[in-house]
Design a protein around this ligand. Sequence first.
Ligand SMILES: Cc1cc2nc3c(=O)[nH]c(=O)nc-3n(C[C@H](O)[C@H](O)[C@H](O)COP(=O)(O)OP(=O)(O)OC[C@H]3O[C@@H](n4cnc5c(N)ncnc54)[C@H](O)[C@@H]3O)c2cc1C
Length: 571
Amino acid sequence: MKVLKTDVVIVGGGAAGCYAALSLQRMGIDAIIVCKGLVGKSGASIFAGNLVVSGRGLGNSDEQARDTAEFLIKYHNQFLIDQQWARRCGQFIEAVYYPELEEAGLYLRRDDAGEMVMSPGRIRSVAANVQGNSGIPFMDLRRKQVIRAGIARLEETAVTALLRRADGSVGGVFALQTMTGEYVVVGARAVILATGYSDRLHARSTGTREMSADGIAMAWRVGAAMVNLEMQWWHTNDIADPPSWQRMQVYPNPMLGSDKSARMVNSRGEEFFNQQQDDPLAYGPYTVQLKALAKQVRAGAARYDGDYFAGFDHCDAREVDAYTSYGKIYRQLGLRFPEGLVETAVTAHYRQGGIDVDTRTMRASVPGLYVAGGLAGHSNGLIGLATYDGKVVAEGVASDLPLRDDVDVAAGDIAAEESRLERLRASAPDAVAPARVKEAVRALMWDKVGVEKDAASLGAALEELARIRRDLVARMGVRRTARACNYEWLDAIDVVNMIDSCELIVHSSLERQESRGPFMRRDFPDQDNERWLRANVLLRTQNGRRFEQRPYDLSLFRPDFTVRDNLEVAW
Ligand SMILES: Cc1cc2nc3c(=O)[nH]c(=O)nc-3n(C[C@H](O)[C@H](O)[C@H](O)COP(=O)(O)OP(=O)(O)OC[C@H]3O[C@@H](n4cnc5c(N)ncnc54)[C@H](O)[C@@H]3O)c2cc1C
C-alpha cells in the first residue's frame, strides 16, 4: 500500500476539481487530484455543448444579465438555490471566468468580422469552438493548466472511502489504482469531493461509466447531510437508439448565430414543442420540454423511452452547420439532413441536489470535508457554476487550514476498507456478475423512480433495492481475481455505492410531497410553494436517517403563486 501526504486532496478531475486545484496552487497550498478517470477527460464536464454568458460579460446588457439570473434561479433550479450565491457566481463569471479563459487561449467562436458568435435572445451562450462540443476544448485547456502548474495527479484511481481521524473529522482518502491494483492512502488536512452529479443510475443516463454516485455514498457513510437528492434532471431529446448514443442530444435552445432550434414531433406527426413558440424567451428548455412531453405521454402520443422525434427540418442545413455539430448526428445515423427527424427519448441527466454545503465556504456538515461542483446540493450545474465552486472551495479550505492539525487518520478505518475491497474481489463458481447487478439497479430506477413516480412505485423501488442487496449483492463475485486492470472489481465497488445512493434518492423522493419542475409525483401533482419551497435536508442519525426542512432566501426572485398544477407552471 502506498501512503501519501498532502495539504488537500481533491477527488475528481472535472471543471470543479481542476479549478479548485489551480486556485489552491495559486495560494501556495499543496494538493493532489485523485481521479477515477483522466483529469480533464472524464465526468460530465467534457460534454458541455455551449457556455452560458451570465452577468454583463461578453457584451450582455443589464437586462440580459437580469434575465440570466432569473433563468438560473427559476427555470434551472425552481427556486431551490441560494440566490445570493447565484449573484456572486454571476459576478465571478462576468469579471473573472471569461476574461481568464480567453487569456489562457480558449477560442470562443467568432464570425468573419471577428465578432463573437452568440445565440440570440435574452439568455445568450457562446461556444468553444462549435456548439455541441465546447466541453472538450475547455477541459483540454484545464488539463494542460493542471499539468503546467505541476499539480500532483493520481489518475485512473478510484477513491473508495473517506478516512476519519479519531475526532470524527475527515483527514484523507482510501483509493484503488485501477491500472496496478495497488491501494493508496492519501492523508490530508482537508478533502474536497468533486465527483460530479451526472451519475449512471438509470437505464438511460447522460453519465459515463465511472459515475456511480461515489461521492454521495462515501459522504453519507461518514455522516454528511444531503439535500434535495430527489431533484433529478432529465434531457428530453436524446437519441433513442443505438443505446450507446443515449447522451447525444438534439439541443432545444436557439443555435449559435440563428434564432431557430430543434422542434419535437409526437408519434402522430404532430409538433408538440417548438422553442420559438413554446419557450420564446429560451429560459429553460429542459423542464418546459419535459412537461410538454409528459402531456404527450399521458395522451398516448409518445413514450418516455421513444416514439417521438426531433430535428431541424424547418431549417436550412447551412444555418445548422455554420456553428453547431448537430447535423453530424443525423448524417452518421444515415438520416437525410435536415429533412430527417430522429427518434428521441428521455435520459436521466444530472441531479440538482447533492451534499449539503455552506455556500460561502463549501464546507459539508462533517469537519474536514468540502464539496465543489455538481456533487453539492446548492445549485443545478453548468460548467461556469462548477468552476466558481472550485474557487469558493479553495478559499474556504485556505481559511480553515490553519485550524486543521496534521493528524493521522484512524488505522482501523484503513484496515476495514482494505478488507471490504478484498471481499469484493472474491470469486465463486455461481457468482452474480457485478455488471448484472448494475443493470438490475438501473432498470428498477428507470421503471420505478423515473420521470413520473408515486408512493406506490417508490415503495416498490425500496423493496426491490432490498431484494437486490439480499439476492444479488450477497452472491456477487468477479470472474478474474487479478488486481491489475480489473474493471469487474471496480464494477463491484461501484455497485455498493449505487445501491446506497439510490436508496437515499428514493427516500428523499418519498419525502417531497409535491411536484416541482422536473420532479413529478403522480400522487402530488401540484407545486406547493407554501409547504415545499424548502430544502429537503436528509440527516444521518444513530439508527438511520431523518429529514428536516430549511427555507430558502427569496431576496431577488420569488414565485407569484402558492399552489398550482406543476404541469401548468412554465418552469
Ligand atoms: C451530456 C451533458 C451535457 C451538458 N451540457 C452542458 C452545457 O452545454 N453547458 C454547461 O455549462 N454545462 C453542461 N453540462 C453540465 C456540466 O457539464 C456540469 O455542470 C459540470 O461539468 C460539472 O462538473 P464537475 O466538476 O462537478 O463534475 P464532472 O465533470 O462530472 O467531474 C467528476 C470527476 O470526478 C471523477 N470521479 C468520479 N468518481 C470518482 C471517485 N470515486 N474517485 C475519484 N474520482 C472520481 C470523474 O472521473 C470526473 O473526473 C452538461 C452535462 C452533461 C452530462
